[in-house]
Ligand binder design. Structure first.
Ligand code: PMP
Length: 420
């Protein structure tokens, strides 16, 4: 059943190893394998499916668009689909939040958006150096990897990863050491050996790096520090954006305005590849075509992206629901974590999970959950965190069902590791 994957597909394949079945259909919060077995999907395409699988209000306009003979591929030429998306993004997302950003369509992946952001920051400032954070994850291309923490991923680069320095993320130490103590000091010390950085790149919640969530005060301090030291602030909202934490952008709660924002994953709303890099208009010093690519804005993704904005961001219903669902999930996870010594609930919004002291527990929980019909991933440098990222549209009964399956999976995993 898995022969062709195991014999033909590269060893680099990964998620399929955690969930060894062949998936076929999907609807809402469920994905079904070819045997017809349903799985409650608390992975949601690593955040690419915030509105669930195959949402009918997004699928309908997509099918109509494809059947109408409208243009599918157009590089970055003007199309009606792109115009509609841009107008809605301006009217429903940027203007109501008082954000004056230019919109760049880089290639369709999160890493493409990050590369564009880093390149632009370097071009604008004329500086090479970028500050990143411990346990950050920004993608697998060389520029993005240079600002990523994970040593296994970095090891795959094959060349030195340069022009970036990691500094401690929020709460990296003991909570006693003043935030930004080291960074503030080295930026003002001409003998520190740290070149003046072009930018600082940050995730408000570290989705891959262990669900560390920065406090709003820490983010505000970071914004202030960047302004004082004339460094551009890049927020990578590839995973935490598009409503995952309750607001469209994850930095809204902190009340900060980044200079550059990276978005991808759920921006098309339907799982179609699409990415945006947003920046203040003064930073838009690109020469035409200076940053290029064949798949910069894909019309089917504009169609579903526009439908998602209209459906979910014309009012605050979804945002309010995310707050209620976050509360439900947090309560459920807290009950589970309280039973396991050293376990801790981490994250923000519907990007939340449990970190275990014993690093082997989370992977066992993930496979036990799979056996019981629930997809959950692990996160963190040692894969020590069970990460829950249900679609924002998952109803409260299904959330409860997920918590119950997780509860059983944790009991089994903890018992297994205690025996081992
Ligand atoms: N930034 C963040 C915060 C991410 O979580 C990811 C992907 N997990 C990326 C960038 C890279 O996105 P992609 O895999 O689409 O290149």
């Amino acid at each position: 059943m898995l022969d062709v994957f195991e014999n033909l597909e590269s060893e680099v394949r990964s998620y399929c190893r955690s969930w060894p079945t062949v998936f076929d259909r999907a609807e809402g919060s469920f994905i079904y394998d070819e045997e017809g077995r349903g799985y409650l999907d608390f992975f949601a395409g690593a955040g690419a499916l915030n509105y669930g699988h195959n949402h009918p209000d997004l699928r309908r306009p997509l099918i109509e668009y494809l059947e109408s003979g409208a243009v599918v591929h157009s590089l970055d030429m003007h199309t009606k689909a792109k115009r509609t998306f841009l107008e809605l993004f301006r009217d429903l997302i940027l203007e109501p939040r008082g954000l004056e950003y230019r919109v760049q369509f880089p290639g369709p992946t999160g890493a493409n958006s990050v590369e564009a952001a880093l390149k632009l920051a370097r071009k604008v400032t004329g500086r090479e150096h970028v500050i990143s954070f411990t346990n950050a994850f920004h993608g697998m291309t060389l520029g993005a990897l240079a600002v990523t923490g994970n040593s296994m991923k970095r090891g795959g680069a094959g060349v030195p990863l340069s022009h970036a320095t990691p500094v401690p993320y929020d709460d990296y130490f003991d909570g006693e050491t003043a935030d930004f103590l080291w960074l503030e000091r080295v930026l003002t010390d001409s003998g520190s050996g740290i070149e003046h950085p072009a930018a600082v790149i940050v995730e408000t919640v570290q989705g891959e790096g262990g669900l560390n969530a920065a406090r709003a005060t820490w983010l505000r301090e970071l914004r202030d520090l960047c302004t004082r030291h004339e460094m551009l602030l890049i927020v990578d909202d590839v995973q935490a954006g598009c409503g995952r934490t309750g607001t469209f952008f994850s930095f809204e709660e902190a009340g900060i305005v980044p200079d550059i924002v990276c978005l991808s994953k759920s921006v098309s709303g339907y799982g179609l590849p699409m990415a945006l890099t947003l920046f203040r208009p003064e930073l838009d010093i690109w020469e035409p075509g200076e940053h290029n690519g064949t798949f910069r804005g894909h019309n089917p993704a504009f169609v579903t992206g526009a439908a998602a904005l209209e459906r979910f961001w014309s009012d605050d219903v979804l945002s309010k629901e995310v707050i209620v669902k976050t509360q439900q999930l947090t309560e459920g996870l807290t009950v589970i974590a309280d039973r396991c010594a050293g376990a801790q609930v981490r994250g923000r919004g519907l990007l939340i999970g449990i970190a275990f002291d014993d690093y082997s527990v989370a992977s066992t929980v993930s496979s036990e959950a799979f056996e019981r019909g629930l997809l959950v991933e692990t996160s963190g440098p040692e894969s020590e965190v069970v990460k829950l990222m249900p679609a924002l549209t998952t109803d409260s009964d299904d959330l409860q069902r997920g918590i119950e399956i997780l509860d059983e999976a944790v009991d089994t995993a903890v018992a297994c590791t205690a025996v081992a």
